[in-house]
Every structure is written in structure tokens, then in C-alpha cells.
Design a protein. Structure first.
Length: 385
């Protein structure tokens, strides 16, 4: 495909400047990530709770469930998805694995991703200060931290540089536009001017200069509200970004791993149905105001007032998050099981599930298109009828 953008270069490999964001539970697995990689982009597998994609693992997890069993089965599922994605990508692009720092098993997931042959590890939902150590010295995997403002970027760079390591790229995610968990402390804080892309890029360039780094050696990838040809053109040609990361627009493609009801729910959501709320992980989140979320928000104050620390309140028994409002009795944040609700969304259970979604319009509105059509539009601005 002909386009006017410079390639994104990671580890000497020239790629299209499009990164598919990691979306869980099971929204971006082998099918979606390999489809993006076949177009020579970076396809990303979300590592959280992939057992839902494998009937044998899901059935086994229900027999004498334990934290150790869930961990083992999810590592098996992650390995299967990486192997399948690598095969289906036909040697094109890169297959990355997104690992959230906020997930209790993140060290195990990083190690498994490395052992299974992932091309890159992408880590957010907390400062990924120890990501280089978690890879066990593996030199073959690219490391991409996700951060939202220049202060966090400076902290990570200084820590990694002491170990003689630099990121292969940095993903800068804007909380006011992204889906899922957002990189701000409060709902009001997602619109803070310190997150503005142009400002963050300028401040990051100053950080590079102060640390003696050559700016062109670390590509900057903008995430959040970037599924728009005009925005991509501005970011890559005017602001100095090297690529963009896109989530929701890929989640609703034909190759997306989720149920068609999931895709229709995201694609058909009007602006007034997209809402911010406090998640169980202690961070603001953004999703579609479905029946579950509407009812939950009506009862939120009462549920928070009755919050109490009790391991038995964990409906899945897997300790999926390091911090959980429901399990830990934290009264100021979410009081629901996020793993259960995200799994219901993946299965297309519209009345029960939690459907994370970006704030901005999608390229094809409510229509379900292919990954190739989506990438063609993102890079050329041309939409096929």
C-alpha cells in the first residue's frame, strides 16, 4: 500500500507506523494481532486471562480452582496464542504482548511471553521500572513502556539507564481519549493539560536532551483517539511522533477475537453512552454505559459504603489484580469483579459485561470492516465504499 509516512523502525525492522493496542479480556489475541502483523504492523496480544479462549483450559480451571492453577492455565493459554499469532502472521510485522503492571502475575506473564517467542513486551498500568529485569536478560525482545506524561517517562528512563538499557519505543497514552484503564489518578484528572500530546512530545524531547539521548533512537508512539487519518498526519508529520497506537477501531474489525455482540456494542455506542468511572484497580476507566454499568453506577455509593476487606468477596478466586476494590474493601474505588465482567463482554453478553471503549468516533462508524481496510484508511485517508 502506498502512503506518505516514514516507517516505524524497531530493532532495525521497518514497520508501518501503526501499533494495535492490547485489549483484554481476550479482545486482542492471536486472530487480531496476527492480522495486524500481516499488514506489517505491530499486533498485540493482551495477556490477561486468556484461558477463556480455550475450552479445555476453561473447563480445567473450574475443577478445584486455585490461584496456582489459574496462573498455570493462563500461561499455557498465553503460549498457545503467541505461537498461533506468530504462525498466522507469516513472518510479517511483529507480535507484541501487553502485560499490565497492575496484574499480580505480571512477572510470570512477562517471562512466559519471552519464552514463547514474543517480539516485544508492552507494559503499562503502573510504572514499568523493573521490566528489564523481568525479561531475565532476554536480548531478543523489544521493550515498550506505556506512560502518559513526561515526568513518568523521565523516571523510567533514568531507572533503565542505570541498568544500561533503553526502551525500544515509548507509548504515550492520553487518558482523555483512550479506552480501558486510564493513566490519571482521578476522573477529573484525565483532562489535565499535562497529557496533551504535543506538550508531552516537546517535554520528552527536553528529557532526552538532558539525559544525553539522541531523540531519533527512541520512537514515540501516540495512543488514544488516533484512529483518524488527519490526526495521524498531524502527529507523524508535525509533532514528531513515529507511530500511533489504536485499540477500539481494531477491536471491532472482522478479525477481532471477541463475539460479534461485543463489536456491535462498541461500534454502535454514541458519544452520550461513553462514560468514565472508577475501576476496581484504583484508576479511572472508560467504557460503554450498558445495562450493567448503568445499574452499577446507580448503586456505587451504597456498595462503596459497605466495602470491607474479605478474600471471599473475590468471585473468581484468582487474585487477578494487585489492588482490587472489591476484594480489598477499598471504599473509594470500584466494587465489582472486573475479570468476570470483561469475560462476559468478550462472550458478547451485552446486559452483563463491561465494555471498555475509546472516547472518539470510529473510522467506519457502526460498520464492521476488516483489519486491512482499517489500516488502508489510517495510512491513506481513503475509505472503500
Amino acid at each position: 500500500m502506498d502512503h506518505s509516512f516514514k516507517p516505524l523502525v524497531i530493532r532495525g525492522k521497518e514497520l508501518i507506523p501503526i501499533v494495535q493496542g492490547g485489549m483484554g479480556v481476550c479482545i486482542s489475541a492471536s486472530s487480531l494481532s496476527s492480522a495486524v502483523a500481516r499488514e506489517n504492523g505491530i499486533g498485540t496480544i493482551a495477556s490477561v486471562d486468556l484461558r477463556h479462549l480455550h475450552e479445555d483450559l476453561l473447563a480445567e480451571s473450574k475443577e478445584n480452582p486455585s490461584e496456582e492453577k489459574y496462573r498455570r492455565l493462563n500461561l499455557i493459554a498465553l503460549d498457545r496464542e503467541i505461537q498461533k499469532a506468530k504462525q498466522q502472521s507469516e513472518g510479517n510485522g511483529m507480535i507484541a504482548v501487553n502485560v499490565m503492571k497492575a496484574v499480580k502475575d505480571h512477572p510470570h506473564l512477562v517471562r512466559q511471553a519471552c519464552e514463547s517467542g514474543a517480539d516485544a513486551i508492552v507494559m503499562g498500568a503502573g510504572l514499568p521500572l523493573d521490566l528489564p529485569e523481568l525479561t531475565g536478560g532476554n536480548k531478543d525482545v523489544a521493550l515498550l513502556p506505556i506512560l502518559s506524561e513526561s515526568r513518568g517517562i523521565a523516571i523510567v528512563l533514568k531507572r533503565w539507564m542505570k541498568k544500561g538499557i533503553l526502551p525500544d519505543a515509548i507509548v504515550i497514552e492520553h487518558p482523555a481519549h483512550a479506552a480501558g484503564h486510564l493513566g490519571a489518578m482521578t476522573i477529573e484528572g484525565v483532562n489535565d493539560a499535562k497529557f496533551d500530546f504535543k506538550r508531552v512530545i516537546e517535554e520528552t524531547m527536553e528529557v532526552f536532551k538532558n539525559l544525553g539521548l539522541e531523540s531519533e533512537k527512541i520512537p514515540l508512539i501516540l495512543a488514544g483517539g488516533m484512529a483518524n487519518f488527519q490526526k495521524i498526519t498531524t502527529a507523524l508529520k508535525n509533532w514528531g511522533a513515529s507511530a500511533v497506537q489504536i485499540g477500539t477501531a481494531f477491536a471491532v474489525t472482522r478479525e477481532g477475537d471477541a463475539h460479534i455482540n461485543f463489536k456491535n456494542t462498541l461500534a454502535g455506542a454514541e458519544k452520550e453512552h461513553i462514560v468514565e468511572f472508577m475501576s476496581v484497580a484504583g484508576l479511572p476507566a472508560r467504557g460503554v454505559k450498558t445495562k450493567f454499568l448503568t445499574n452499577y453506577l446507580k448503586r456505587e455509593s451504597k456498595l462503596q459504603a459497605n466495602a470491607k476487606a474479605d478474600q471471599r468477596r473475590c468471585t473468581q478466586g484468582i487474585n487477578c489484580l494487585t489492588t482490587c476494590g472489591l476484594r480489598d474493601g477499598l471504599s473509594k474505588i470500584g466494587q465489582f469483579c472486573i475479570d468476570l465482567r470483561l469475560a462476559e463482554a468478550f462472550r458478547g453478553e451485552v446486559d452483563k459485561g463491561l465494555f471498555f471503549r475509546g472516547k472518539d468516533p470510529l473510522p467506519f462508524g457502526a460498520a464492521i470492516r476488516s483489519v486491512k481496510e482499517t489500516i488502508d484508511y489510517l495510512l491513506t485517508g481513503v475509505k472503500k465504499a
